[in-house]
Design a protein around this ligand. Structure first.
Ligand code: SF4
Ligand code: SF4
Length: 227
């Protein structure tokens, strides 16, 4: 999930200062889970903007704001409301903001949210970073714990030797040393031999922004009609 937080309202207000009429959009996915742009937050933002004297021409919740087809379909349903707006205020991550902006090229799209990281939801309101989308996953040899993300030095071969007596990271005493966690996890799984494998430095030469990915669609099997 893309962990995100809503920008301070004052910041949103500042970005919206040039626009009187605003359309507010949310997303049913990460934005709903992180409470930045689900139904409640969109309704609350509408109320707040109206109280501040803005005209909210309409609201919509995309079922994945980063899906081009979904943005197209929902935008068509709300065409008049969007055309009546001076700007669209989006309450979801930057991937969605850009998807909406790519469809509505003529309308300013204002980002109301800061995307933080790819993470796990421990419970509503508490999240931890888990993955940096490095493009070359090694979780099979690290017991399912990502050293690139969870070790402060992103060591692929650890630990560094700086962890404290109570197993915390020397860089951040509030965080468990990722490599000790990896050790314990591998031990639990009876896979300690894996920690002796030396991991080569990652080759990032082919992993740079902007990235694209396209999978080959599996061919549909022709089903012969039965008599
Ligand atoms: S190694 Fe870590 S950063 Fe790379 S894909 Fe796996 S979990 Fe993500
Ligand atoms: S103490 Fe552990 S988590 Fe911290 S930098 Fe060293 S190996 Fe990484």
């Amino acid at each position: 999930m893309i962990i995100q937080k809503q920008k301070a309202y004052e910041n949103i207000e500042e970005m919206l200062a040039p626009y009187q009429k605003v359309f507010v959009a949310g997303c049913t996915e990460c934005a709903t889970a992180c409470k930045t742009g689900g139904e409640d937050e969109v309704a609350e933002m509408k109320e707040r903007l109206e109280a501040a004297g803005k005209t909210v021409t309409g609201t919509a919740i995309f079922d994945s704001a980063c899906l081009r087809g979904e943005v197209r379909e929902v935008s068509r349903e709300h065409q008049e409301q969007i055309e009546a707006a001076d700007a669209i205020l989006t309450l979801f991550c930057g991937a969605g903001v850009q998807t909406v902006g790519n469809y509505h090229e003529d309308t300013p799209v204002v980002p109301g949210v800061d995307a933080l990281f790819v993470g796990e939801t421990i419970r509503a309101g508490k999240y931890t970073e888990q993955c940096q989308a490095c493009g070359d996953c090694l979780l099979d040899v690290t017991g399912g714990i990502c050293p690139l993300t969870r070790c402060a030095k992103a060591l692929l071969n650890g630990p560094c030797g700086g962890y404290t007596e109570d197993g915390k990271c020397e860089v951040d005493p509030d965080t468990d040393c990722a490599w000790l966690l990896i050790f314990e996890r591998l031990k639990t799984r009876g896979q300690l031999d894996k920690i002796r494998e030396t991991q080569a430095a990652k080759d990032h030469s082919d992993h740079h922004p902007p990235q694209t990915y396209k999978w080959a669609r599996p061919k549909k099997k022709k089903v012969k009609p039965t008599a």
